[in-house]
Write a protein that binds this ligand. Structure first.
Ligand code: SAM
Length: 270
């Protein structure tokens, strides 16, 4: 089959890594697993052997035809579709249980796929995903570390992300230019627990992290939040006025958002 580099086709050939990815997804018995980008089926094989059913979502028609010929339809349903348009909620409803998700992702659309999964959180229990190492560094980063930023907080608001292992380019054919890291993401959204509203808090995070070199107060001012309101909210949430968003744990960012909501609501209209 001709390889299509534009579709991010780097096929995993390290058999130990393939088994580790399937094992990292946990107990698969009776579960429906969605595999993103199954390609030639490297990871599909151990998933199909252990899961109740696999939904293999593949954009490339040649790969999809190959998989259909390889696996009986009662074990693997090949869905020839762009994963960004795949309806996870409908698949979970049909399965009668939240989905498990696995995938050696096509790297050209890593962030859109992660945001799609986040938006589909109610339909997913956990995911084991291979991404470019630098992306995994950011997704799993802790506050104050070099890689901590908007992507870390956004992903971790939907549940803990844990780094599992890293593979060199030689584990794939053809080899990509980058190292790859597998991480596990357990979906347990924190919006209710932290008292924040999903869409508004996500918007606030984009404002808070807008410019890495600026303080949080300056980023909020640039987003149109009046300086006195931002200063009062920072004080109320016990965040130092020179703090940068990159230094703050999720709990402090949530406290700041809650204070800001109260202060802006209490402000008399001008
Ligand atoms: N899972 C296989 C493996 O590990 O060897 C292939 C992984 S390869 C990195 C990414 C796969 O995603 C390719 O098979 C590619 O055709 C497929 N793909 C690319 N864009 C896609 C999209 N938008 N939706 C679904 N699959 C896509």
């Amino acid at each position: 089959m001709p390889v299509k580099p534009k579709l991010g086709q780097n096929f995993l050939k390290d058999t130990a890594a393939i088994q580790r990815i399937a094992a990292a997804l946990g107990d698969l018995s009776g579960r429906t697993v969605v595999e993103i980008g199954p390609g030639q089926g490297a990871i599909t094989a151990p998933l199909a052997a252990n899961a109740g059913h696999v939904l293999a979502v593949e954009l490339d028609p040649a790969m999809a035809a190959h998989l259909r010929a390889e696996y009986p339809a009662d074990r693997v349903t090949v869905v020839e579709q762009d994963v960004l348009t795949f309806d996870f909620a409908a698949a979970a409803a049909a399965a009668g249980k939240p989905l498990l998700v696995a995938g050696n992702l096509p790297y050209y659309i890593t962030s859109p796929i992660l945001f799609k999964l986040a938006a589909s959180h109610a339909a997913i229990e956990r995911a084991v995903l291979m991404v470019q190492r630098e992306v995994a560094d950011r997704v799993t980063a802790e506050p104050g570390s070099r890689d901590y930023g908007l992507l870390s907080v956004t992903i971790q608001m939907y549940g803990p992300a844990q780094r599992l292992f890293t593979l060199p380019p030689g584990a794939f054919s053809p080899p990509p230019d980058v190292h790859s890291t597998v991480f596990r993401w357990r979906f347990a959204p924190r919006f209710t627990e932290l008292g924040v509203e999903e869409a508004a808090f996500t918007r606030f995070l984009r404002q808070a992290f807008a410019q890495k070199r600026k303080t949080l107060a300056n980023n909020l001012r640039a987003a149109g939040i009046p300086s006195p309101a931002a200063a009062a909210a920072l004080a109320q949430a016990q965040v130092p006025d020179q703090a940068r968003a990159e230094a703050l744990p999720i709990e402090s960012l949530a406290a700041l958002w809650r204070s800001l909501q109260t202060i802006l609501l209490d402000e008399p209209a001008k």
